[in-house]
Write a protein that binds this ligand. Structure first.
Ligand code: BMA
Length: 843
C-alpha cells in the first residue's frame, strides 16, 4: 500500500491551456509550481500562497470568484520499487474524493475521468505503472464550463439552476446560508494498493435477530477475483472486549454469506437509552500463500424501524416513530449541514467537537441534509460511537433534477450504489431519504397540477428505492423530506417542515390549494408552532446572530453596526428582513449591534424552546424534532445554534434544556389556565413532585403549589393545571410561573404570560464571583431580582459552559462551570457577565 496523500504541486491555467502546455506529461517541468496539501482544496492552498484573501473575511468571497473559472492541475511523483510482478498482481489507484470534473493521467497517459464529488474513483493501473519514478497528474475542469448549456424546462431551483447538472455539493453554488464558493481539488485520500489474484469487493454486516441471550448476525462478503484457479477462503473475527467469535469458510464463487451467533450480545443503543455498544469486525480474505485482503470496521447489533401505523388517539393520522431495538423513541436533534464551505478542511477533530456538542445538548438524532455531502467516514464512525442516529438524505435539494437524461440517471445509480455500500454497516444510519424538499416544492410551485410528473420524480420513487432495497433492505427508504399525506407536508402522516415560522409559508395546505405567504410579524411569529400537529418535524427554525467575537473576526470595524451592508452580506436569505419581522413579534427591533446579537438570539432561543416543548408534549403523536440547523459552513447569519467556530448561541443552551430526557414545561390554554406537563424519554418509571411558583419579577411570591406525580417510562403526561382565577391575581407583564423538580429530575423551567418585549421587569443587579478551577473557571452568579438572559461571554474558541443564557430567580445563586480543553488557560479578564436589559455585573 502506498499513501499518496501529502505534498503535491498545484497550478492553474486558463481552460484548455494545461493540456496544451503538456501539464499531464512526465517530463513537464513543474519546478516552479507551489506545493499543495492533499487532501485539500484549491482555495485553501491559494490563501496559503497569498494569491487570494481569506474568503470568509468581509466580502472577500466576491474577489475570489475567478477561481472557479480556471483549470486546476495537481501533480506528484512516486516510486515503485517492486520490479517483479506476478501474473496475478493488480495495482489499484483509489481516490476517495475528487472535486469534481477530473481527468487523471499516469506517466503521461490519460487513465480515467471522474465527474462525481460524492463518490470515490478506482482505477486499475497495473499496466500503466513502471518501476522507479511515476508521475500522477489530475486536471480539474471549470465546473460551469463542464455543465455547459443544459437547461431544464420549468426549473424552479433556488440558488442557481445549473447546479443540478453537477454531482457536486449543491450548497457550494450558494444557498440561503452559504456564499457561492466553487472550489476544486483532491478533497479526500489517495491510495495505491497492490492485490494478488483477488480482493474483497464488499462486506455487509446486518443483524438478523436478537434477544437478551443471543443475537444472530449475517455477514455477506463479495469477492473480486481475477485468477480463476485460486482457492480462496474467508475468515471472520467479531470481537468486543474479551469476547471473540471466529468463523472461516472456503469460497468457491464471488460471494459468500456467513452467519454468526453471538451469545450475551451487547446491543447498540442511542446514548440516552443505553450504551452504543460496538463490535470490531475483521474479514480476512485468504489465498494459499496467506492473507490477500482485509476489511476492518466497527459494527453494532441493533434493529431500527419506523412505525407508521394508525394513531388510534388521533383518528385519521399515522405515527412516524423510530423504533430502536423494539423501543419507540422520540428523536431529539437537528439538521446537519457541511461544517465548512471547503469540506476538505473538515477533519475528525472538528466532527468530534460538533458531534460531542450535539450529544451534550441531549440530541440523539441528526439529519444529514440533502444539499451537502455524504459525510466522511469519521463522521459516521463518531455517530456510531456516540450513539447518535442519522437520518441520511441522498444529495438532491430544492430543485428539479434531469431524470430524463440517461447519462445522469446512470451516474445516480453508480452514486447511490457506492453510497449505500459505504454507509450501510453503520449502526447510526437509521433511514434513507430521497431528497430535500424536491417533491413538496414542486407541488407548491405547480399547485394547480397536483400529482404531476416532474423531472426528478423517478429518482426518488424508483431509482433510489430500488438500490436501497437491493443493497440494504434493513431500513426505511422515504422519498423526500418532507413527504406523506395531502400536500407532501402534512400534519397527519409522514414528516413535515414547518416554514410558516420565519419563511411565512402558511400551513396547513391541501393539494390543489394555492400556497399563501404571510411575511408580517404575526405571519412569521414562532407562536404558530403551538398549532402544529406534525407527526415528525424534520425542519423548523429561526435565524440568530453568532456571538460578537465571530462578527469581529470577519466584519471590518466600520461594518460592526446593526443592519450595515457588511453585516447584511452575511445573511444570504431573502428578503433580508425576516429576522426583523420575528424580532418585532417577540423582542422588538434592536437599536445597536449588541442588541441585535441579543434580540436575534432571544427570538431564536425562545422560539426553539416554545417549539420543542410543544412537540415533545405531543409524544408520540409527534415523534421527533430535528430543528434547522445545528451548524454553519462559514461565519454567517443563519439558523444555526453553533456558529462556524462552534461558539454556541443562546439557542443551543435553550435547546439543550428543552431536550433534557426529563423535561417539564408549561402550556397556555385558551381558557386562561396553564397546564404543567412532564415528558419522560427515559426507560425508567418515575415518582417525583413538581414545585411550581407564581411570582413577580421583583421577588414577591404570589402562590406556590406542589404536585406529586408518577410517570411511566417513555411517555408525556399532564401533571397539573393551574387555574385562570389563580393566575389572574398577578399582572401578566410583571410575573412568571416557575417549576422545579423536588428530586432534581428535570431542569427548572419558567413561563411568561406575554412576549419578551412586553415584560415589565425591574433592573436586576448581578453579583459575580469568579474562581479558578481545574481547566477553567467557576463563575458564581446571583441576582437580587429576576434576571433574564444572564450570559457569560468568553470570546475564546473551544470554551465550554455547564450552562449559559439562563434566568436567575430573585435571590438565586448559580454556579456556571467554564472550561477550556485546549492549552489556553482562561483568566478572569476573559469573562464578561451580563443580563438583559443591559446591566453591568459587579465582579
Ligand atoms: C429548508 C432547507 C434548506 C434551507 C432551509 C432554510 O428549505 O432544506 O434548503 O436552507 O430550509 O431556508
Amino acid at each position: 500500500m502506498l499513501d499518496l496523500n501529502g505534498s503535491w504541486k498545484l497550478m492553474d491555467f486558463a481552460p484548455g491551456l494545461g493540456v496544451a502546455a503538456g501539464a499531464f506529461s512526465s517530463d513537464f517541468d513543474d519546478s516552479d509550481w507551489p506545493p499543495v496539501g492533499v487532501p485539500g482544496d484549491v482555495h485553501t492552498a491559494l490563501v496559503r500562497q497569498g494569491r487570494i484573501e481569506p474568503p470568509f473575511f468581509n466580502m472577500n468571497v466576491e474577489t475570489c470568484q475567478w477561481v472557479e473559472d480556471q483549470e486546476w492541475w495537481y501533480r506528484r511523483s512516486f516510486q515503485i520499487d517492486e520490479p517483479v510482478l506476478s501474473p496475478g498482481s493488480r495495482f489499484i489507484l483509489r481516490f476517495d474524493g475528487l472535486d469534481t470534473f477530473a481527468t487523471i493521467y499516469l506517466n503521461g497517459a490519460e487513465i480515467g475521468q471522474h465527474a462525481n464529488m460524492f463518490i470515490g474513483k478506482e482505477l486499475d493501473v497495473t499496466s500503466d505503472l513502471r518501476p522507479g519514478d511515476n508521475l500522477l497528474a489530475v486536471c480539474f475542469d471549470p465546473v460551469m464550463q463542464q455543465i455547459g448549456d443544459h437547461s431544464l424546462d420549468g426549473q424552479w431551483a433556488s440558488y442557481g439552476a445549473e447546479r443540478v447538472w453537477a454531482r457536486k455539493a449543491q450548497y457550494n453554488f450558494s444557498w440561503d446560508w452559504a456564499p457561492r464558493l466553487l472550489s476544486a481539488g483532491i478533497w479526500q485520500d489517495v491510495i495505491l494498493k497492490r492485490f494478488e489474484g483477488a480482493r474483497l469487493a464488499d462486506v455487509f454486516f446486518k443483524t438478523v435477530m436478537f434477544n437478551e441471550d443471543l443475537a444472530r448476525v449475517a455477514i455477506d462478503i463479495d469477492i473480486n477475483r481475477w485468477t480463476n484457479n485460486r482457492e480462496l477462503g474467508v475468515e471472520i473475527v467479531l470481537s468486543r472486549g474479551e469476547q471473540e467469535l471466529v468463523a472461516a469458510a472456503p469460497v468457491s464463487g464471488n460471494r459468500i454469506e456467513m452467519a454468526l451467533d453471538v451469545f450475551d450480545p451487547a446491543i447498540w443503543w442511542t446514548h440516552d437509552l443505553g450504551e452504543p455498544a460496538l463490535y470490531d469486525l475483521e474479514v480476512r480474505l485468504l489465498g494459499q500463500e496467506g492473507l490477500l485482503d482485509v476489511y476492518r470496521d466497527q459494527v453494532g447489533i441493533r434493529t431500527i424501524e419506523v412505525d407508521q401505523s394508525l394513531d388510534p388517539e388521533e383518528p385519521g393520522t399515522r405515527f412516524f416513530t423510530f423504533v430502536l431495538n423494539g423501543v419507540p423513541l422520540f428523536a431529539r436533534g437537528a439538521d446537519w449541514i457541511p461544517a465548512d464551505s471547503f469540506v476538505a478542511q473538515v477533519d475528525e477533530d472538528r466532527y468530534r467537537d460538533l458531534l460531542r456538542l450535539a450529544v451534550e445538548a441531549n440530541m440523539n438524532c441528526l439529519r444529514v441534509w440533502g444539499g451537502g455531502i455524504y459525510e466522511k467516514r469519521a463522521f459516521y464512525q463518531l455517530c456510531d460511537q456516540f450513539g447518535l442516529l442519522v437520518w441520511q438524505d441522498f444529495m438532491f435539494a430544492c430543485a428539479l433534477y434531469p431524470d430524463f437524461d440517461p447519462d445522469f440517471v446512470a451516474q445516480i445509480e453508480v452514486e447511490a450504489d457506492a453510497v449505500v455500500r459505504r454507509l450501510r454497516n453503520h449502526p447510526s444510519i437509521a433511514m434513507w431519504c430521497g431528497s430535500n424538499e424536491n417533491i413538496w416544492i414542486d407541488d407548491l410551485v405547480n399547485w394547480d397540477e397536483p400529482g404531476r410528473d416532474f423531472p426528478g420524480k423517478t429518482i426518488y420513487h424508483q431509482v433510489l428505492p430500488d438500490i436501497v432495497d437491493r443493497l440494504d433492505g434493513t431500513r426505511l427508504y422515504w422519498p423526500s423530506s418532507p413527504f406523506g399525506g395531502n400536500d407532501h407536508n402534512d400534519e397527519r402522516q409522514g414528516n413535515r417542515h414547518n416554514w410558516q415560522v420565519w419563511h411565512g409559508a402558511e400551513l396547513p395546505r391541501r393539494f390543489g390549494e394555492e400556497p399563501r405567504r404571510d411575511f408580517s410579524p404575526d405571519g412569521v411569529s414562532f407562536r404558530h408552532y403551538g398549532h402544529d400537529m406534525a407527526r415528525f418535524i424534520s425542519e423548523f427554525g429561526m435565524h440568530a446572530s453568532p456571538v460578537l467575537e465571530t462578527l469581529r473576526r470577519n466584519v471590518p470595524e466600520t461594518g460592526l453596526r446593526f443592519a450595515s451592508p457588511e453585516l447584511l452580506y452575511r445573511n444570504k436569505d431573502r428578503p433580508k428582513d425576516k429576522g426583523n419581522m420575528l424580532m418585532r413579534a417577540h423582542t422588538g427591533l434592536p437599536a445597536s449591534l449588541q442588541e441585535y446579537v441579543d434580540f436575534s438570539m432571544i427570538a431564536q432561543a425562545e422560539g426553539l424552546k416554545f417549539a420543542l416543548e410543544h412537540y415533545r408534549r405531543r409524544k408520540f403523536h409527534c415523534s421527533g424534532t430535528l430543528f434547522w440547523q445545528l451548524n454553519d459552513c462559514w461565519p454567517g447569519l443563519s439558523w444555526s445554534v453553533l456558529d462556524y467556530y462552534h461558539f454556541a448561541k443562546a439557542g443551543y443552551f435553550y435547546a439543550k434544556r428543552a431536550y433534557a430526557p426529563l423535561m417539564a414545561s408549561f402550556q397556555s390554554e385558551v381558557d386562561g389556565s396553564v397546564s404543567l406537563w412532564v415528558v419522560n424519554d427515559t426507560l425508567a418509571e418515575l415518582h417525583d413532585s413538581a414545585l411550581w411558583t407564581l411570582a413577580t419579577f421583583d421577588g414577591e411570591t404570589i402562590h406556590q403549589g406542589s404536585q406529586g406525580y408518577s410517570l411511566d417510562a417513555n411517555v408525556s403526561r399532564l401533571v397539573t393545571s393551574i387555574p385562570a382565577e389563580l393566575l389572574r391575581r398577578a399582572d401578566p407583564r410583571a410575573s412568571f410561573l416557575h417549576v422545579r423538580s423536588q428530586g432534581s429530575l428535570f431542569p427548572d423551567n419558567r413561563h411568561f404570560f406575554v412576549e419578551i418585549k412586553d415584560l415589565l421587569r425591574p433592573q436586576a443587579n448581578l453579583e459575580v464571583g469568579i474562581s479558578e478551577a481545574e481547566r477553567g473557571l467557576d463563575v458564581q452568579i446571583s441576582s437580587d431580582l429576576f434576571a433574564y438572559f444572564v450570559q457569560v461571554v468568553v470570546p475564546v474558541q473551544g470554551t465550554r459552559f455547564s450552562d449559559n443564557y439562563i434566568d436567575l430567580l430573585p435571590g438565586e445563586k448559580r454556579l456556571i462551570q467554564v472550561r477550556h480543553a485546549g492549552d489556553r488557560a482562561l483568566t478572569k479578564d476573559d469573562v464578561v457577565v451580563s443580563c438583559l436589559p443591559g446591566t453591568s455585573a459587579t465582579i
